[in-house]
Design a protein around this ligand. Structure first.
Ligand code: FES
Length: 371
């Protein structure tokens, strides 16, 4: 391809000719641009690097790439070796992964930058541009408008307003710093926090020491198992005595589904059901939306937020979507009068997966710090 084939026809001679791609040495990328000749070999517009410095730079670049190689291997080893679970283990894993990945990317970036700046030849390019300054008339209009606005606002005249405005703006500038600091104090699953996340009120008893009844959400009516008898039926229920406790309900709301016995699969804990009635947490295990859309034919529970889908007939296992674990099953039975009651609390934390990590930490603590 000749140099002329790079040129794009432009009608106006005053407009510099554009060139596609890197020009051959000795030519300018802009036809009419002025190019300085300042290389060893006297090639106009091209400065070759000092060979001694270039060789030194080459060794540095090779070192950077070697660091990238080693850090990448360290990243893969860290991923396999440091398993997550407790907050401490997760922190160690994140530190190892983050450090090795940072080194890998940094080595690559630094190597490429040195390669380009100290090994490749430099081009001196000049491109003519039109003046960016506005014409005199426009500048006058803008200046007049600004001054008129400043006078009308009375910013100079009203000292009290000016000073209180500056006073108000000063602490506002510190707000981002406070918010940044707050990032460091965000709650993490810890010893105290974990206890709150791990338990729901379903593990508690009434004043008389009896297990909590399952109450229909909204009406507050207890549910007699014999009355909840049509297969495919679903109810949203809450714990007796906590109908109006929004903090408790945020974790304790449950859906109740009635199955034919033959529909129930192995994922369901049978001794936690009563006569084909199964109870699951209504709090989606993705990020905690209420998962209460139920499809009778397929037994699918759907969370409307991000479409996580759970198989209610098979222990509410995840069959689609971003949720990472099943909806926890609540152990239920009936009391002497036939009302549905909870046998106890969920045996795993309900809701989003960070609660689950809190649970992992509790398990570690209960074992005396042994992972
Ligand atoms: S909260 Fe349920 S799918 Fe995201």
């Amino acid at each position: 391809m000749t140099d002329n084939e790079h040129e794009i026809e432009q009608p106006d001679e005053r407009v510099p000719k554009r060139v596609i791609g890197t020009p051959a040495p000795g030519t300018s990328m802009l036809g009419t641009a002025e190019v300085k000749a300042e290389t060893d070999q006297d090639v106009p517009g091209v400065t070759l690097q000092d060979p001694v410095k270039a060789r030194k730079a080459e060794r540095i670049v090779a070192l950077c790439f070697a660091i990238t190689f080693l850090a990448s291997i360290a990243f893969i080893i860290s991923y396999v070796y440091f398993q997550v679970g407790s907050p401490e283990a997760t922190g160690t894993s994140n530190l190892a992964l983050g450090t090795s990945l940072t080194l890998a990317i940094l080595g690559l970036a630094v190597g490429i930058v040195i390669w380009v700046r100290q090994i490749m030849p430099k081009y001196t390019l000049v491109q003519e541009r039109h003046a960016m300054v506005s014409d005199e008339a426009d500048r006058e209009v803008v200046g007049d408008t600004f001054l008129r606005g400043a006078n009308e606002s009375g910013f100079v005249r009203h000292k009290l307003l000016r000073r209180t405005l500056l006073l108000a703006a000063a602490p506002l500038g510190l707000v981002p710093l406070v918010l940044l600091r707050d990032l460091d104090n965000s709650p993490m699953p810890g010893a105290k926090f974990n206890e709150q996340l791990r338990h729901t009120v379903w593990g508690e008893k009434t004043k008389e020491g009896k297990p909590l009844k399952l109450i229909v959400e909204g009406t507050g009516q207890p549910i007699r198992a014999a009355d909840f008898n049509s297969p495919g039926g679903i109810l949203s229920v809450v714990p007796e005595g906590y109908q109006h406790d929004l903090t408790a309900l945020a974790k304790a709301t449950v859906i109740l589904i009635k199955f034919r016995p033959e529909e129930i699969k192995s994922g369901v804990r049978q001794n936690w059901t009563h006569d084909g009635i199964v109870a699951y947490s209504k709090i989606c295990t993705h990020v905690g939306c209420p998962a209460a859309l139920y499809e009778q034919n397929t037994h699918h529970i759907l969370c409307p937020c991000h479409q996580s889908t759970f198989d209610a007939a098979d222990g509410a296992k995840v069959i689609f979507g971003p949720a990472a674990r099943p909806l926890p099953q609540l152990p239920i039975t009936v009391d002497a009068e036939g009302f549905l009651i909870a046998q106890g609390d969920f045996d795993v934390p309900v809701g989003p997966s960070y609660w689950e990590r809190g649970d992992a930490e509790a398990a570690v603590r209960e074992k005396g710090g042994q992972a």
